[in-house]
Ligand binder design. Structure first.
Ligand SMILES: [Zn+2]
Length: 405
């Protein structure tokens, strides 16, 4: 069997996900362009698959003919300025569609048929900042002033699958200045509501439950999920909301409903639960408290509110803990390995275009690692090293064409 991982990845992208087809259908707003959109976008996508840290690095790879074998003989690749200009006017809907199709194909290929946690397919949401810079900015940037320095950044929310299997990023939604409240929690909740609505529309039967943090522990979020027909689990908030406060009291006074000894990483976990009604929410909800005794005798607790009236305690516990996946693995991975923190290019549609390409690259890599390589490789860094080696070998030996346009 051939061991060129780069060739394997390219074939996987083409044969299973028809990425070449999706990219060839993209258009953009340039007048009389020298290069077609797919020709401009493909090197960027490969750049992100190879974890480039800057556009200079990408420019160097293009000038060094690293990608020539991906195109028909004689194809001239664009310079980095043409890439930047194209990203600013790119057809974002088309690009989003490419990611939606990757996710849909994964679903059709039964990737999530057994769920990701105890039979449920679980999605987690989190807000994040990206493309922060003290130098570059655009009119859509949010700004923070520290002393005489102005820090510009973008902000948004991401929804990803957590638990077993490939941790796919299903979608993201940007914060819109002027439309979304400047108050942190209210603004983020607004963005996240939009995100869940659009995700439920595009990926109808994918998710069973969505998990999110304390800022969503309110009737606005819970009713939104109910209306969209999806269950939710949120961390319970310690605040002055009367119905929550009394639910908490009631739960604290209740008898233990479940005890687990030697549960992964803990000496003991005790579960308390009560049913309650939240102001402005019609149906009853569950309030569940997990009191954990750690191996070092330290005690902590985790409280949640959920719309699911029949989910087992252990499943709830696994899901709320998997929520940290999105911060600990997916976001950190996107941020440190895929340059989410690096400010690639601002202006026009560039920020969202780059974000989409990073997500597509991350999803394809996740699927390739889990589905094709069956997790034989331990780290993504190892994968990137092997891909670069494959790319190098291909440059001198093998004939391979990715895009035929
Ligand atoms: Zn900006």
């Amino acid at each position: 069997m051939r061991k060129n991982y780069f060739v394997k990845l390219v074939n996987y992208m083409k044969n299973v996900y028809q990425i070449d087809h999706g990219l060839n259908q993209l258009s953009d707003g340039r007048v009389n362009p020298t290069y077609c959109t797919g020709q401009v976008i493909l090197p960027v996508l490969f750049g992100f698959l190879l974890r480039i840290k800057s556009f200079n690095e990408l420019n160097f790879m293009i000038k060094n003919y690293e990608f020539t074998k991906l195109f028909p003989r004689g194809t001239k690749l664009p310079q980095i300025d043409a890439i930047r200009d194209t990203l600013k006017v790119l057809d974002l809907e088309g690009l989003k569609q490419v990611n939606q199709n990757v996710v849909k194909t994964a679903v059709e290929n039964k990737v999530f048929d057994n769920g990701t946690i105890d039979g449920y397919t679980v999605a987690a949401i989190d807000g994040t900042k990206f493309f922060g810079s003290n130098k570059k900015s655009c009119p859509e940037c949010l700004k923070n002033t520290k002393g005489n320095k102005i820090h510009s950044f973008h902000s948004g929310a991401v929804i990803s699958i957590v638990g077993k299997g490939p941790k796919l990023v299903i979608g993201f939604e940007m914060y819109r200045p002027g439309e979304d409240s400047a108050s942190k929690d209210e603004g983020e909740l607004n963005v996240v509501k939009r995100l869940l609505s659009s995700t439920m529309k595009s990926q109808k039967r994918l998710m069973d439950v969505v998990v999110y943090d304390t800022l969503a522990c309110n009737s606005v979020w819970i009713n939104h999920c109910r209306n969209l027909g999806i269950d939710t689990i949120v961390r319970a908030k310690n605040n002055n909301n009367k119905s929550l406060r009394s639910a908490r009291k009631k739960t604290n006074k209740s008898k233990v409903v479940n005890v687990w000894e030697d549960e992964k990483g803990f000496e003991k976990v005790e579960v308390y639960e009560s049913t309650f009604t939240m102001d402005n929410v019609d149906q009853p909800l569950r309030f569940v408290k997990f009191a954990m005794k750690h191996k070092d005798k330290k005690r902590t607790q985790l409280m949640i509110v959920t719309t699911s009236m029949d989910m087992a305690h252990k499943t709830l516990f696994k899901i709320i803990r998997a929520r940290w996946d999105i911060e600990n693995s997916i976001f950190n991975n996107l941020k440190s390995e895929c340059g989410l923190e690096h400010c690639f290019v601002h202006g026009g549609k560039a920020v969202e275009a780059v974000l989409n390409l990073i997500i597509i690259a991350s999803n394809l890599m996740q699927l390739f690692l889990v589905r094709r390589l069956r997790n034989q490789l331990t780290t993504q860094r190892e994968m990137v090293r092997l891909l670069l080696k494959g790319l190098y070998l291909m440059k001198y030996k093998e004939e391979l064409v990715f895009s035929s346009s």
